[in-house]
Design a protein around this ligand. Sequence first.
Ligand SMILES: [Zn+2]
Length: 493
Amino acid sequence: MQGYGEHYARNLHTWICQYMTDNKLPLHRYGNCSTSVLDDEDIAQSIQLRLLEKASTSYVRTQDVVEIVATPEIQDKLEYGAMRTTITVRTAQRWLRKLDWRYRRKSNGMYVDGHERDDVVEYRSTFVKRWAEYEKRMVTYNNDGNISTTPKGFPIPDGRFRLYLVTHDESTFYANDRRKTKWIHSSEKSAPQRKGEGASLMVSDFLTPDWGPLIHGNQAARLIWKAGTNRDGWFGAEDLLKQVEIAIDLFEAKTNGWAVGLWMFDNAPSHQRRAADALSARRMPKGPKAGWTHRKDGPKMRNGTFPDGSSQALYFPDDHPVMPGWFKGMEHIIREHNLWPANGLKAQCDGFKCPSGQADCCCHRLLFTQPDFIDQKSQLEEYITSRGHLCDYYPKYHCELNFIEQYWGHAKMHYRTSPQTSDINEMEQNVLRCLDNVSLLSIRRYANRSARFISAYAQGLSGAEAVWANRKYHGHRTLPPALAAELKREARK
Ligand SMILES: [Zn+2]
């Protein structure tokens, strides 16, 4: 909270509580920010990648941001919106926080981000392996927009070998771009907009390298969310799920059911939300309990699965003589697994801070590490796979892998030059026009750029090296296979 003051802390607390109860993310990530330059995904990403490159040898300082903003690459982008051309150290601090860099007193007052964090890199390395399999089933395009490769291999039994990458993201457009923005609370939905603030529109969209936005006939999968006017100010997991349902209907109609969609999402908590009846060891009581459910007023938890594949009911049968329909409790569930230790087990280690590497220190940890609990998928993934498609998540902090980010950036560049209007419907028309203005060729190039990053990571490159490689080979769809070796040669120069 350093430097943010009590007001900010209090607001943040409110937002977090709101999030915990509704699991809905506010539309704007930061309140009271004096700039929305970073709401432009293209600018934000350019700065982020420069920082990433800089951080390869050390951490970054606020002065680095000031210098990066002063480079011609960033100045060119800023000029489109006629924004300020230099920033102060104070602004740089704010931007670093907004770009997910965190201050570390220990490392000599520098900032670090999560891009190369161990767990993130580990996820990334499994992700790129899955991606290599996906890619075999896709059509790829070169930077002229023509077909570069077609699916390799033999059709699989159900005949649906061809895979279409469908990427998702949300982005917010502001009536007065570059004006002050504020968080919108659901409780504020009927409050009038403060003077000068302007309305905002959130767009949740699906994009493919093959067709551009997912549209079939005259129906689009795109959703426009008018914050604070005629709808709720919050877009949550349930809303996204409903949108995905429609998007899959459109996809299947468009491909006559002959293809599989690879539905890609950012690794955000609202996208990872689990179904109401999903397996979760959190909050489970140790002993039997009548009427227990994981979520308040939610459904009973679904059955678990024993290692031999058979099903495990977590509730006693309704005709149980003493505890009809009661939740069994962790002890009983663990006993049914034959894992209950002779001298018992406490419900949970203090603050769930279990000794590292241990899986049998407490009931919560033990259940947490059972295969059926580990395999519990998000609600989105369960739904998408139930319809015969694939679902995956980009690694955290890797916005360069989601090519829809550049589509937002491109659309916003045009949006800034569209006529100012206080009429929300007119604004919507402007936003739609700007989104539709992004050509299929541009979209294919954006997809190629993200694919180049993925192939750089697949060759074991770090974030900083991947940025270097992407700049060097920006005209190509793929990176040369011996890239890692070349990089070492280059580094020796
Ligand atoms: Zn424990």
